[in-house]
Ligand binder design. Structure first.
Ligand code: NDP
Length: 452
């Protein structure tokens, strides 16, 4: 049968764009791609990129005190949200332009339209056009969710944060995950009074306990009112803001309430289930290790599959799909030992198993040190950092590395290579320290802090 395309990609985010571009430019495939919103997707338009720029913006708040201690006369005046926002959006426009040009340059035909799947080889565009393709790749991402609570529409979600008409004076953030904890730091740094409710015992569930506890302590130290074991019970419009009653009975009015209570795959109304593509209860498209759905011509990658919801993972999944389908080189996606960073303040970088997860599996040694880093300690600040290795007693392999420190994301990228290679504690030990740095501690911890 003759198709319009070899590949039709639904969704112009990190994963979809990479797969489309590589299939077209490296294999000569005829590729079409539809995007209903903006090219670049969540990461570039309403996620990682604008978030990180806001992390940078908020980081300048501490400069005055620190520079003063180093002998500088610095006076930081007001933060102008309008000025920053205009520059931020200009940058996002620039990046979107790059994504569009990359696709055009690779010969991918793009459609600014929503696409749904009609049958195993046909998509229907919101323009009314139908396109056929030998393969369809669903890369539609996910979206933030609000809890099932009356008046929850009075709260905003992370998508809204980059378009706020003005910075609120106070914000209540609901949730204890990545987005809640990162934006608590951002808003606090920008001078907003931040309250964070997390229903569990400690934020960043699933991460190493010692690391997340240090992050939480430092967040409180920096002025965030973090209330653990607390959730929102009721909300309403009152006194020009949002009135909230918490599960412990306290009441307060906030300028804004941010729900950072998780994300859901964008698999609704795509026509997938009717075709026999299986979805999980949470709406994730079920796929094999080759990202293939139950309909052999339809594949799915990225957040819509809810495997590991990170941009570089979606990109890997897109590349593995192209290898498998267009280069006759079946390539499963390796989801093991993925380093990642949480851009809280302080930042956390992590790869491998937490101490708790490792201890559940085998006898381990833990090497950990917390200390005041030179730069902020000189300035009399209370910041503390953590360097931690979780080591298998049997194989001596480093099973996990956890860093809480300024630029921990940068450090864990490099430590991640060693851990991925299967480095042992002794491999770390025979690496000479780089002095004076914070990360040198990772190769100088001689005695286990704990063993299990
Ligand atoms: P997460 O799943 O990380 O966190 C959701 C949080 O909301 C959890 O603390 C959860 O609590 C809480 N929650 C869920 N439902 C409710 C409810 N009904 N009432 C109160 N609290 C609730 O989601 P995020 O939205 O923070 O992030 C989504 C994904 O985006 C992440 O998993 C990650 O993959 C990605 N991401 C990655 C970043 C990075 O790499 N730096 C940055 C931002 C996002 P509980 O723990 O009790 O379930």
């Amino acid at each position: 049968m003759d198709f319009d395309y070899d590949l039709f990609v639904i969704g112009g985010g990190s994963g979809g764009v990479r797969a489309a571009r590589v299939a077209a430019s490296e294999t000569g495939a005829r590729v079409g791609l539809a995007e209903e919103s903006r090219y670049g997707g969540t990461c570039v338009i309403r996620g990682c990129v604008p978030k990180k720029l806001m992390v940078f913006a908020s980081g300048y708040a501490s400069i005055e005190a620190e520079a003063g201690a180093y002998g500088w006369d610095v006076t930081l005046r007001d933060f102008h949200w309008d000025r920053f926002k205009a520059k931020l959006h200009a940058e996002l426009d620039r990046l979107e332009g790059i994504y569009r040009r990359l696709l055009a340059g690779a010969g991918v035909e793009t459609f600014d339209a929503r696409a749904t799947v009609k049958d195993a080889h046909t998509v229907v565009l919101s323009t009314g056009e139908e396109k056929t393709a030998k393969h369809i790749l669903v890369a539609v991402g996910g979206r933030p969710t609000r809890p099932d609570l009356p008046n929850s529409e009075l709260g905003i979600v992370s998508d809204d944060l980059f378009d706020l008409p003005e910075l609120p004076k106070s914000i209540l953030i609901i949730g204890g995950g990545y987005i809640a904890s990162e934006f608590a730091g951002v808003m606090n740094g920008l001078g907003v009074k931040v309250t964070q409710f997390y229903r569990g015992a400690q934020i960043l569930r699933g991460f190493d306990n010692e690391a997340r506890t240090l992050v939480a302590e430092q967040m409180v130290e920096k002025g965030i009112d973090l209330q653990l074991g607390t959730n929102i019970a009721e909300m309403d419009k009152r006194n020009g803001g949002v009135w909230v009653k918490s599960t412990n009975g306290d009441e307060a009015v906030f300028d804004q309430v941010l729900f950072a209570t998780g994300r859901r795959p964008n698999s609704d109304n795509l026509g997938l289930e009717a075709l026999g593509v299986a979805l999980s209860d949470g709406g994730a498209v079920n796929v094999t290790e080759y990202s293939q759905t139950a309909v052999p011509s339809i594949y799915a990658i990225g957040d819509v599959t809810d495997r590991v919801n990170l941009t570089p993972v979606a990109i890997r999944e897109g590349m593995a799909f192209v290898e498998t389908v267009f280069k006759a080189n079946p390539t499963p996606v390796d989801h093991d030992l993925i380093p990642s960073a949480i851009f809280t303040q302080p930042e956390m970088g992590t790869v491998g198993l937490s101490e708790e997860a490792a201890a559940d599996m085998e006898p381990i040694e833990v090497y950990a040190t917390t200390f005041k880093p030179m730069q902020s300690s000189f300035a009399g600040q209370a910041d503390r950092v953590l360097m931690k290795l979780v080591v298998s007693k049997a194989t001596r392999k480093v099973l996990g590395c956890h860093i809480v420190a300024p630029s921990a994301g940068e450090m864990i990228q490099l430590a991640g290579i060693a851990v991925k290679m299967g480095a042992t504690k002794e491999d770390f030990d025979r690496t000479v320290a780089v002095h004076p740095t914070m990360s040198e501690e990772i190769v100088t911890m001689k005695v286990p802090t704990r063993t299990t």
